[in-house]
Design a protein around this ligand. Structure first.
Ligand code: MTE
Ligand code: MO
Length: 170
């Protein structure tokens, strides 16, 4: 009995490790406490209205984390809020398109429906700490489901904009 017990344990462990490896790219609820930093980091423009948001405000939404290797060289745990939840919270879900603007003027456009479909994480932390500008901060987008394909060079991460400082509803 013991003789077959060991290989079985090994096989089960193998399956569990494989599953863990696959789900490591998924988003899981995070235990981190929301930031208390009220410094503005993001400008929201919607019609004529402009609003400044801090990490404290953004992190009031449910926090999720994902462990991944980012092609810009950061490997670890990325924590943030779901972009889909963010756009609903701030009334951007009806916009025709959303324009994201980075500190280096790089810009992308996303339609709210695509945001809902693709599982973007609006990242506020790397390994538990806020991201500095030279670490792709203050905010960046990742799509955990696409992480492996991006690393393998199968998918171009054009929507993985980093150093986001402004979002405009257009
Ligand atoms: N802020 C910012 N984010 C960005 C970019 C950029 O130039 N600035 N380039 C985008 C593009 S086009 C790609 S393919 C990936 C990788 O960019 P890189 O190859 O210039 O590192 O990051 C995306 N995110
Ligand atoms: Mo690119």
């Amino acid at each position: 009995m013991r003789g077959i017990g060991h290989p079985l344990v090994g096989i089960c462990l193998g399956i569990v490790l494989t599953l863990t490896g696959i789900t490591a790219q998924a988003m899981n609820p995070s235990d981190l406490q929301p930031s208390d930093d009220a410094t503005p980091v993001l400008t929201l423009m919607d019609g004529g209205e402009t609003r400044e948001l801090s990490l404290q405000e953004i992190e009031q939404l449910d926090l999720y984390e994902t462990e991944l290797e980012h092609y810009e060289g950061l490997t670890g745990v990325f924590t943030g809020v779901r972009l889909g939840a963010f756009i609903e919270e701030y009334g951007l879900g009806d916009a025709r398109r959303l324009r994201f603007i980075a500190a280096d003027d790089y810009t992308i456009f996303l339609e709210p429906d695509h945001v809902r479909e693709r599982g973007f994480l609006l990242v506020t932390r790397f390994d538990g700490r806020p991201l500095r500008r030279n670490q792709l901060g203050p905010l960046l987008l990742v799509v955990p489901d696409e992480a492996e394909a991006v690393l393998a060079g199968e998918v171009s991460p054009t929507d993985w904009i980093w150093s986001i400082i402004e979002i405009r509803a257009q």
